[in-house]
Design a protein. Structure first.
Length: 265
């Protein structure tokens, strides 16, 4: 039967086998490429990947390591941009869902800019903010703001019934109390889920910008190393991006479960 549950132990074993299968398949492809061209670096083997880790962690003449500098730059920009975008989107999104006059003012602009791919606006960000940290933070923050504000607005408007609002007013609640106790607490799990879904796109926009104009960061390093076919470094950075994305996704899921246990899985 479809959707028949399986035991936790069985699920863990299958997941481990899946990961092992990926490693085996990758190593098989690497060995095949090496037989065709012993000097190839396009699909490096496992031992070559270890050499890439050493390159990333070996200090240069200035005492800097690629790994430390790139992680600081990329994730510093990412978290600053996410903080800016999430904070603004919560304020504007909740206000649009609560007050029709705010909705009428912001919805046209938010809906319009939410449809423009942020990577298509890179030239605009370069002109307005230059190519320093401010540009990366602004691009991540604004790209998250428009789509997330639209999601929060729709949730606040559709998932909170008028009956709940009127009942709170009849019990003597003020407008700020209704917004926090009724509207915000009901939409919180959906807000966390929307934030979780924004992490992937935000990382895509940031890496793309670093790839084009960055002088430090993971996107910049991937560009430089891929040009000289140091793919053992590139693949390690890709694994880092995937792992960090999974960690942030898992963290937000656990936060939602803790803050909103009534919401379910």
């Amino acid at each position: 039967m479809i959707r028949q549950p399986i035991q936790l132990r069985t699920r863990i074993v299958i997941s481990v086998l899946s990961i092992l299968a990926m490693f085996v398949a990758y190593e098989a492809i690497a060995m095949r490429q090496s037989r065709i061209n012993p000097k190839q670096t396009v699909v490096p083997g496992i031992t070559s990947l270890w050499d890439g880790i050493q390159k990333m962690t070996t200090p240069n003449r200035r005492g800097e390591t690629w790994l430390v500098e790139d992680v600081k730059a990329t994730y510093g920009r990412l978290f600053l941009g996410l903080g800016l975008g999430i904070g603004l989107s919560i304020i504007i999104g909740v206000a649009m869902g609560a007050y029709p006059w705010v909705e009428a003012f912001f919805v046209p602009a938010v809906s319009f800019f939410a449809k423009i791919p942020p990577t298509a606006m890179l030239a605009v960000y370069f002109v307005l903010f230059g190519t320093k940290t401010e540009m990366f933070v602004a691009m991540v923050g604004l790209s998250v703001f428009f789509t997330l504000a639209q999601s929060i607005y729709q949730v606040a408007k559709k998932d909170v019934s008028d009956h709940s609002v009127f009942k709170a007013y009849s019990l003597g609640a003020t407008s700020p109390e209704v917004i926090y106790e009724v509207l915000w607490k009901q939409i919180l799990p959906r807000v966390i889920e929307s934030i979780r879904l924004q992490i992937g796109p935000a990382m895509v926009f940031l890496i793309a910008a670093e790839y084009v104009v960055g002088d430090v960061g993971i996107g910049y390093r991937i560009r430089i190393q891929s040009r000289i076919l140091n793919m053992n470094v590139v693949y390690i950075y890709l694994v880092m991006l995937g792992g960090s994305g999974l960690l942030m996704d898992w963290s937000l899921t656990q936060l939602r479960r803790k803050l909103c246990p009534w919401f379910g899985e």
